[in-house]
Design a protein around this ligand. Structure first.
Ligand SMILES: CC(C)(COP(=O)(O)OP(=O)(O)OC[C@H]1O[C@@H](n2cnc3c(N)ncnc32)[C@H](O)[C@@H]1OP(=O)(O)O)[C@@H](O)C(=O)NCCC(=O)NCCS
Length: 208
């Protein structure tokens, strides 16, 4: 699988709005407003905040949205992470595969691994870990993280139910990262999109 990541643009918002309103996505969106007005407001590419929104393409077709942010910038979400020893220099990620018909075929886990390699660690030398805390009930999400090489860190009690905190260390993907840097050495924030070939979603680890 060859993934390409490009920064979300205004022109992507109708597609993203459709994805966010798909029942299999919105049920996990913590009650967020996913109306058109709210999507334009909350996913504005020009907002200037520290969260990066990306569109993932697989072999040239847009398949998903994925974001990353400095964990310290979202304390409401990440304070419990630090209590588990997660680095202050960690990044948080959130993601979706837009088309329900292609979920459950290995795309999500491979997309996450490629994103962590190319974007989180590939473009952010300051980030030492990547983390996400999906609901325990969202089995596809935490299993996709596990398949992408994330390890189970601990359980967090959210108002809407228990969550599985998962993390991956920079060192775990450093080999992949070196390969990507060789292929994408000319990429810059405004330049060509990073590309990653993922023949396997990465080290398979059993979540505990
Ligand atoms: C979460 C998501 C990105 C995972 O992507 P995916 O392409 O469906 O997942 P994969 O096919 O890579 O599967 C990864 C693992 O999840 C398992 N899985 C997939 N769908 C599942 C389901 N419906 N129920 C339980 N496990 C499931 C797979 O068997 C695999 O586990 P394994 O490695 O132990 O066999 C995707 O399902 C999605 O977009 N869901 C809706 C949005 C969402 O929940 N986002 C995350 C919010 S935290």
């Amino acid at each position: 699988m060859t993934f390409t990541f490009r920064p979300l643009e205004d022109a992507d918002l109708p597609m993203l709005h459709g994805w966010l309103n798909e029942p299999g996505v919105v049920r996990w969106w913590e009650g967020d407003d996913v109306s058109w007005e709210a999507v334009v407001r909350d996913y504005d590419p020009a907002s200037g905040d520290s969260t990066e929104h990306w569109i993932a393409s697989l072999d040239g077709t847009d398949v998903g949205w994925i974001q990353c942010y400095p964990a310290v910038d979202e304390p409401e979400e990440t304070e419990p992470w630090f209590a588990f020893g997660i680095d202050q220099t960690a990044a948080g990620i959130d993601y979706l595969v837009g088309d329900p018909d292609v979920r459950g075929r290995g795309i999500g886990s491979a997309m996450i691994r490629a994103f962590v390699t190319d974007i989180v660690f590939g473009r952010h030398p300051e980030w030492t870990q990547a983390c996400a805390g999906p609901y325990l009930a969202n089995e596809a999400s935490w299993r996709a993280l596990a398949r992408g090489g994330f390890r189970f860190v601990g359980m967090i009690d959210d108002d809407d139910g228990p969550c599985r905190l998962m993390a991956i260390d920079r060192g775990v993907v450093v080999g992949d990262q070196a390969q990507v840097r060789t292929r994408s050495s000319t990429a810059s924030a405004s330049g060509p999109s990073p590309t990653s070939d993922v023949s396997d979603a990465g080290t398979r680890r059993e979540a505990t």
